[in-house]
Design a protein around this ligand. Structure first.
Ligand SMILES: Cc1cc2nc3c(=O)[nH]c(=O)nc-3n(C[C@H](O)[C@H](O)[C@H](O)COP(=O)(O)OP(=O)(O)OC[C@H]3O[C@@H](n4cnc5c(N)ncnc54)[C@H](O)[C@@H]3O)c2cc1C
Length: 477
């Protein structure tokens, strides 16, 4: 594939983790790509600290998973605590079905350094910092008006497509006339990053304190770093908090405060993700409270699921393929943002403190299927039915729309390597519809894996380039 699309250029606006991952994925598909960012260097402050294994699969596709695991550590799970810090429920995490730890903890600047190093080594991609995008114009090739922030000089660039990965206050979003739609109220939280001289005696997972008076989150990150987060009341400022006392509840009173910052967490999805050849991804398209650590993960999924479609369109496929971007990604992002909002409510539901919090936590987790499923397995909901997700209307338990698992396989490092970068058919030897495209991989002949055999149960599956199962064909009885 590399080489086929030489000369075609995509401009990615924003060199955050989503934009740089998009550029890596496009370059690996043979697309020339230019990334622009208004800042000369990566944002140095830590934001995201958690990634799930589905998102790590995206980093694998971008060629940086091993480098990421070198700067991250597997995480033990999620513990819900009441206001007295007694455990209400615990959801462990371990080795997942995707060949990576189900949950990893890291510091976002470390991930961004890994991504930028990979981009610097990629001949088809380049990055220009200190350049702000002011306007985009269509139709025809997209014209971008950009300004060099050091000299003030303006320039016009043309591109065959533009990805707006320019974050929460996206210029590209505004320029295509897209608006954010609220999915829940915003909240203000104090985020405190800590360094410890010696490891703290804490459970190595995420602690969510379901206390309506002072909801809080506490977690070890990687190395000597820890993070604590405390919700601020409507009239409260960060200076009003007795931080040493609050940290003392987690045994972290002796830590050095590396950084404290107030954040307003919004729950929003853009109403329009595409205007012809200009498309939104990442925080430009959706914002979530961080309670289930999915903000960045959603953005990584956006670009994993969009870049192969965009490469296909640049190679001659119908532009209508790009309609599936919002149709697939918006409902998925909305579902996960609603789970995050729900968990936020769980932590903050008021009334008689301990009793209500305990009851709220346990009933909500047990009764709400999406939250229960996510809490128990970290699996995100399948994509909705559509042209690239051929699922029957009523098909409970169907793998269609979900990521193909990546269990160990004999002889190759990872299943995705065997399936290759395009469409693939994975079959246990049963019937395969004639119109299924892509490389054919036969279980027992090309690949040996008891886990895969158990999962496949004699069926054949059509797998998209982003490893989402597009269709399933039952085996012969
Ligand atoms: C406290 C906190 C904790 C979080 N925890 C988690 C977590 O545990 N797990 C998780 O998955 N997510 C988490 N998130 C969310 C995560 O950090 C974001 O989702 C992620 O950074 C979004 O990446 P992005 O590339 O879309 O946007 P950004 O990282 O915001 O990058 C956008 C880039 O676009 C550039 N830009 C903007 N406008 C222009 C322009 N006009 N021209 C040129 N460049 C432009 C900016 O300079 C910036 O570099 C957390 C967020 C916060 C604040």
């Amino acid at each position: 594939m590399p080489g086929r699309l030489a000369g075609v250029t995509v401009v990615v606006v924003g060199a955050g983790p989503v934009g740089v991952t998009a550029a890596l994925l496009l370059a690996r598909r043979g697309v020339d790509v230019l990334v622009l960012d208004r800042h000369p260097a990566a944002y140095p402050q830590p934001r995201a600290v958690h990634l799930d294994d589905e998102s790590l699969r995206v980093l694998q596709a971008a060629g940086v998973a091993e480098a990421f695991t070198a700067v991250s550590r597997p995480m033990a799970g999620l513990r819900l605590l009441d206001g007295e810090h007694r455990t209400l429920a615990e959801f462990p995490r371990g080795d997942g079905e995707h060949g990576w730890p189900q949950a990893s903890m890291f510091s976002q600047p470390d991930l961004e350094a890994v991504l930028r190093d990979a981009l610097a080594a990629e001949p088809r991609a380049s990055l220009r910092g200190g350049v702000e995008v002011l306007h985009v114009e269509q139709p025809g090739p997209v014209r971008l008006t950009v300004r060099d922030r050091a000299t003030g000089a303006e320039d016009v660039l043309t591109a065959d497509a533009v990805l707006g990965c320019d974050g929460a206050n996206s210029t590209v979003r505004r320029l295509i006339g897209s608006w954010m739609v609220d999915l829940g109220p915003s909240e203000r939280w104090l985020v405190v990053d800590l360094a410890a001289d010696a490891p703290l005696d804490v459970w190595p997972g995420v602690h969510q304190v379901c206390d309506p008076v002072r909801p809080a989150t506490f977690m070890p990150i990687a190395g000597d770093r820890y993070r604590a987060e405390f919700r601020l009341g409507a009239e409260e400022s960060a200076a009003d908090l007795d931080l040493p006392a609050l940290l003392g509840r987690f045994g972290a009173q002796g830590c050095t405060v590396v950084r404290r910052a107030e954040y307003t967490y919004a729950a929003q999805v853009a109403d329009r993700w595409r205007d012809r050849r200009v498309l939104l991804c990442g925080d430009a398209a959706h914002l979530t409270p961080p309670f289930i650590g999915q903000g960045l993960g959603l953005g990584l999924r956006d670009v994993h699921q969009l870049t192969w479609k965009l490469a296909a369109v640049l190679d001659g496929a119908d532009d209508a393929l790009l309609d599936t971007h919002q149709a697939e990604r918006a409902p998925h992002a909305t579902a996960l943002i609603r789970v995050a909002v729900l968990l936020g409510r769980l932590m903050t539901g008021g009334g008689d403190r301990a009793a209500l919090a305990r009851r709220a936590a346990l009933t909500a987790v047990q009764r709400l299927p999406r939250l229960a499923a996510f809490a128990a397995a970290s699996r995100t909901p399948p994509l909705r039915r559509g042209p690239l997700v051929r699922r029957a209307r009523f098909a409970p338990g169907s793998p269609v729309g979900s990521l193909l698992p990546q269990p160990p396989v004999a002889g190759v490092q990872r299943l995705d390597d065997l399936l290759g970068p395009g469409w693939a058919v994975l079959t246990a030897g049963g019937p395969v519809p004639a119109d299924w495209p892509g490389r054919r991989v036969v279980l027992g002949a090309d690949v040996d894996s008891p886990e895969l055999a158990r999962w496949l149960r004699g069926r054949s599956v059509l797998v998209r380039p982003d490893r989402i199962v597009a269709a399933v064909q039952p085996g012969t009885a």
